[in-house]
Each structure stands twice: as structure tokens, then as C-alpha cells.
Design a protein around this ligand. Structure first.
Ligand SMILES: C[S@@+](CC[C@H](N)C(=O)[O-])C[C@H]1O[C@@H](n2cnc3c(N)ncnc32)[C@H](O)[C@@H]1O
Length: 192
């Protein structure tokens, strides 16, 4: 088995990738991550999805590709430039709602709502405001993070923060988690 072969990305990914490179956006997710996001998304027909950190829309495109026609995705970023790239390629899809917002304020605005699937790919909801994000996951829903293996772009001191986050998730009684030393390093958590 070669887990990097035959990933069959959604066709729109190629154009988003081009604009991502042209924009010099360095934080885009890799195809393996997209592939697993898509597979997990397909387990939630009619589901409610939340992505924290849209970037240029690469992970967004894979998630949409796994969702059925009744599912809905809310995605948020605080950078208008990258969000514009994502909107330009994916904005025609009636299942998605884009938000230009700070993650912490946005999480507060979601209080009381629940989601079947959260991909937390920015600081708020991952390295801060974790409790607020986890409170939004439905029982049986997924909370997903990547970039948990050491990355070349990690600032000084980030490894300790990652270790703290892993320990926190390991100790949560309301989650069942699996750590995957694969792609950029994943944690998939399901809410009990
Ligand atoms: C790792 S990138 C997202 C990559 C994207 N999900 C993908 O897989 O291609 C993190 C994103 O978080 C955004 N961001 C950083 N701080 C933020 C904040 N406080 N609130 C909202 N978005 C933030 C950045 O603009 C960046 O686009």
C-alpha cells in the first residue's frame, strides 16, 4: 500500500493550490490530510460541520467533497486575503457559509450550537479556547486537529504547547481519541 497514491483530490483543489502558491500562503494542508478529512466528512450525512481556519480553502474543498447535499459547513478565518481565495473557488456551493472573524469571538458567537464535525486548524479552538470548541461537538461528533508532529514552521516554544495540548486531550473524560503519527500528525477525537 502507498498511502500517497490515488488520493483523487476534488478537481477544484488544483486551482486553489495554484492561487495558494501565488499568494505565498505557507500553512495550507497537504493532500493526505484532505483525504482523511473527506473520508470522515462522509460519515456525517446531513451533518453540521465547522472549520476554524479556512486558509485558502484547500481543506475546505476536501471536506465539502465528503459532505452530502444536506450537510452544511461553517468556515472562518481572520485573514481577508486568503478567505477571498477560498470564496472565489468555493463560494458557489450553497452548503457553505464563510465568516471573516477572529476565532475567539466567533467561537463565543456559536455558544449553544452543536456540530457533528469540527476541524480546528487555527489557534482559537485548539491552542486557546479549547473548552469552548469542544463544548460545540455533538455526542458522537468528531473534533479533529493536524500539525501535531514537529513542523519546520513552528516558532520557538511551540513544541511544549503541542505537548500540553496532547496531554490535555488524552486526559479529557468526555473524549475518546486516537493519535496518528501520519501526514502532519493527527488527533481524531470523538465526543462521548
Ligand atoms: C493552518 S492555517 C489554515 C489552513 C487551512 N485549513 C488548510 O488546511 O489549508 C491557519 C489559518 O488560521 C488563520 N488565523 C490565525 N489566527 C486566527 C484567529 N485568531 N482567528 C481566526 N483565524 C486565524 C490564518 O489566517 C490561517 O489562514
Amino acid at each position: 500500500m502507498n498511502d500517497q497514491q490515488n488520493l483523487f483530490p476534488p478537481p477544484i483543489v488544483e486551482a486553489i493550490q495554484r492561487d495558494t502558491v501565488a499568494a505565498g500562503f505557507p500553512m495550507a494542508s497537504e493532500p493526505q490530510t484532505g483525504s482523511l478529512l473527506r473520508t470522515l466528512a462522509a460519515t456525517k450525512p446531513g451533518g453540521t460541520f465547522l472549520e476554524l481556519g479556512t486558509g485558502t480553502g484547500l481543506s475546505t474543498a476536501w471536506i465539502l467533497d465528503g459532505m452530502d447535499q444536506h450537510a452544511r459547513l461553517t468556515t472562518m478565518d481572520n485573514d481577508e486575503t486568503v478567505l477571498t481565495i477560498a470564496r472565489c473557488h468555493l463560494g458557489h456551493d450553497p452548503r457553505i457559509a464563510f465568516h471573516l472573524a477572529d476565532g475567539a469571538a466567533f467561537l463565543a458567537s456559536l455558544h449553544g450550537q452543536t456540530f457533528d464535525f469540527i476541524f480546528a486548524d487555527t489557534w482559537p479552538g485548539k491552542y486557546n479556547h479549547l473548552d469552548e470548541a469542544l463544548a460545540l461537538v455533538k455526542p458522537g461528533g468528531f473534533y479533529i486537529i493536524d500539525d501535531m508532529l514537529p513542523q519546520t514552521n513552528w516558532p520557538a516554544g511551540h513544541a511544549a504547547k503541542a505537548a500540553d495540548l496532547i496531554a490535555t486531550l488524552e486526559q479529557r473524560a468526555d473524549l475518546t481519541i486516537t493519535k496518528l503519527s501520519w501526514a502532519s500528525g493527527w488527533i481524531v477525537a470523538a465526543k462521548k
